[in-house]
Design a protein around this ligand. Sequence first.
Ligand SMILES: O=c1ccn([C@@H]2O[C@H](COP(=O)(O)OP(=O)(O)O[C@H]3O[C@H](CO)[C@@H](O)[C@H](O)[C@H]3O)[C@@H](O)[C@H]2O)c(=O)[nH]1
Length: 474
Amino acid sequence: MTLQTSNTPPHILIIPFPAQGHMIPLLDLTHKIATTNKNITITILTTPKNQTFLTPLLNSHPSIIHSLILPFPSHPLIPPGIENAKDLPNSVRNIMLSLSNLHHPIVEWFHSNPSPPNYIISDMFCGWTQNLASELNIRRLVFSPSGAFAFSTMCFLWKNLPTRENPVDENEVVLYHDIPNSPKYPWWQVSPLFRSYVSGDTDSEKIRDFYLSNIQSWGLIVNTFDEFEKPYLDYLKTELGHDRVWAVGPLLPVDDSSTMALQRGGSSSVSVNDVVSWLDQRQDKTVVYVCFGSLTILTKDQTDAIASGLLKSGVHFIWSIKEGVKTKNENDEELDFEDAVVGRGLVIRGWAPQVLILRHKAVGAFLTHCGWNSVLESVVAGVPCLAWPMTADQFVDATLLVDELKVAKKVCEGGQSVPDSDELGRVLAECIDGSGEEMSRALKLKQAAVDAVREGGSSNKDLRCLMDQLVIRF
Ligand SMILES: O=c1ccn([C@@H]2O[C@H](COP(=O)(O)OP(=O)(O)O[C@H]3O[C@H](CO)[C@@H](O)[C@H](O)[C@H]3O)[C@@H](O)[C@H]2O)c(=O)[nH]1
């Protein structure tokens, strides 16, 4: 590829995927890039309903970062007004397909721009931007909000297209034979995006093309760090056939009182001061934080089992949950769960200030679905996890935490599974009694994460190396 050259500093077009677990880390990366090189110009592509998520970033870097707002392309299966997976969690695949129709509007914008971008950095769910970058004669870097292990499994699946011998056996094992440690998972734990692939189907082939395009991208930026996932980062370099793989994580704001930290992915639905003062009244490492990310919708049975497990455990807890939870008192009368646990539990309906909660010294464990951002946030906080992987990359993430690094215990698995509330209550009580070895390992891992992003640390070096490449190559 012969690139256009210019004397002006580079201009980067950032294309996030509209789901909180994807937008949050890419916006964190954008913040880091803008902080590292103040001569750069950055444009972030968004659609009208997602633009508010950019506000803290635009306010922090008004002369560097700008937004490009394009209408959300309609899709027959996405109701009008829905532009973010958080509002329709099962729509991720359709949103991927729909967003690819932004190709032409972006080409038009590019050609009308006096200083158009020299690079695209786009989410791994926006594989269509690889063709876009080729057409514009610029380079694309794919951003993985998932870890290197998870990204490796996705490359493997879409390249090799493993199938089942018995097409109705959900337990048939998929062996990722060339990935380090030769991991294997039953079919039902394989990415649903891959499981929905039907050879020859137009949309399925588009999704496959998106993933194969990720593999062809000029560079790969992963929200992870060397000490956490080195074998998988090395594997990716071999697999992609080049060294332009940068591990720049954990991409978390360092200062938790900054607006960037407090408004990650949305404003808290409760007063942050109230949450902090509630936590301040608890002893160190006695509170369990419960949250399953931005997309999980628990069934009633799951919600009831968690509520009952929390009641039986006797632990202090914060539970961030979308739906309301009911329970019964000793007279068998129904009441709001939050009213039944006053003094012991805080129920946050909506959006919780997760990073701030995890970093509070009162928090001793995190019951999580193992979404990659939650994983990194717990690692940075030094909080051991109780893992309940449900879907997507979460089984792979749980393997890393539970089996490889041993900083978590598995309590349940599967998006439809319902834990036994007695057992859950017992594990919840045990996890904060100080007897587990997970805590000391979690503290060591925390140190490694903190060191990675420190001046001279592996992620800090990778970020600088990435920035140098962007400036020099341009
Ligand atoms: O009340 C809440 C709930 C969530 N969060 C934040 O939202 C993000 C959630 O991200 P993550 O933990 O990764 O979960 P998901 O939202 O489920 O993320 C999707 O995207 C991730 C990155 O690819 C994948 O690892 C997950 O499996 C996938 O479900 C985290 O930063 C949380 O701190 C809050 O701040 N408050």
